[in-house]
Design a protein around this ligand. Sequence first.
Ligand SMILES: *Cc1c(COP(=O)(O)O)cnc(C)c1O
Length: 486
Amino acid sequence: MNEPLKPTGIVQEELLLWEKGRKGKCGYSMPKRDIESASCDAAYTRNELDLPDLSEVEVVRHYTRLSQWNFGLDTGMYPLGSCTMKYNPKTNDKQASLPGFTQSHPLLPLECSQGTLRMMYELEQYLMEITGMDAVSLQPAAGAHGELAGMLIFYAYHKHKNSKRTKILIPDTAHGTNPASAALCGFKSIPIRSGDDGVLHPQQVEELMDDETAGIMITNPNTLGLFEENIKEIARIVHAKDGLVYADGANMNAIMGMVKPGKIGVDVMHLNLHKTFSTPHGGGGPGAGPVCVTTSLEPFLPVPRIIKKANKYMLENNLPLTIGKMHAFYGNVGVLIRAYSYILTMGAEGLKKASQLAVLNANYIKEKLKDVFFLPYDKPCMHECIFSDRNQKEHGFSTLDMAKRLIDYGFHPPTIYFPLIVSGALMIEPTETESKEDIDRFIEVLRIIANEGITDSEILHQAPQLSKCRRLDEVQAARNPCLTGC
Ligand SMILES: *Cc1c(COP(=O)(O)O)cnc(C)c1O
């Protein structure tokens, strides 16, 4: 309760509201009532709930201080690989806040929801155009949720054909959610090793693909930041055994306007609207992971489907082969509006340019740092580049130390120790929205840190020094989390 007061500069310490509250404090004042009081049927009265008593200004300061501890894209560069932490233009938030959207309710009659339905219908069309797929459901609420929908579609497809399939092939460069989604549907995942060049080779798939395998899940570009260039041949092998090809499209930011997965053998894929299409993410807020399929799998999509008849938008629920519902009502509509607004403001050329710049920026960082950090796959990358700490290990510091030290220099660290097939991985995804000045600064800081490690590795072992919290005991934090701050 009585935290000692510590000088902390402008970064304020903050207790929990429960620790700050004092009986009798109040957040409002009202004139004395001049009418009879009436009882209400609330499930709990204020006094029965364990709520702290606080004044208005205490509550405002509490949340403002907490917000100041955040690091986000509005604060600085956030080069978290496999996450596409790019800047999201504010106009897309603004469109999502229009009262016509925010004041509507999914239970309104269809005549009153035509605008929202039109937006969703058109967004589906745009996503079909971008991916080259034939039909889309906007329902899944996240990337992994889209994968789950995709796996349920795999399952429903094989069941419909009376074919018993129990396995899914998953390369070692797939995102970790892929085997998890397959397992949730009861499939056993069979790992495939990628080649020394970091991509999958058709022979590997040929050896494993059999009549009990439902298909393959490929993350493309993969988690090494490399494009799976043999995907067409791999799809041919999988299709020859009546298997299906799933593409994890969460990395679409690398290939928009350049590759249409639907044209290179993909049967089902998801997109992460909260990565590629302008919804801020990372804090666990709402997302959207639309699932896109080819014509032959369209009957299995989640319901309701949005259809257009005689210029009216309607919902179709009565589809006998559907996998059912993946989300209440239609999914996270606010995220869909941001994506729609983003696509319209960027246009086809703008989306293509975004991908080209994302790839250019990652390659720029790769080339500028490869004399300092070991580059396990020295070839052109897509949206992210992956180094290892092999050169640093001999000087007694590691990827973790460098990531922590980056915080002292005002950068969010990149993804570390992932993908697992690169030891001590540093996975850097700058995205297209960082300026050359900021990218150059990031490169310079990483060079300084690598040098600091050689001259005085203690600086790195002690980092971060200048953040709200110092280095956490991660085992302790995972096993015995203290949720009241540090
Ligand atoms: C982020 C990501 C996912 C998971 O997306 P969520 O929205 O976090 O569920 C899946 N695959 C890849 C390649 C990703 O980068």
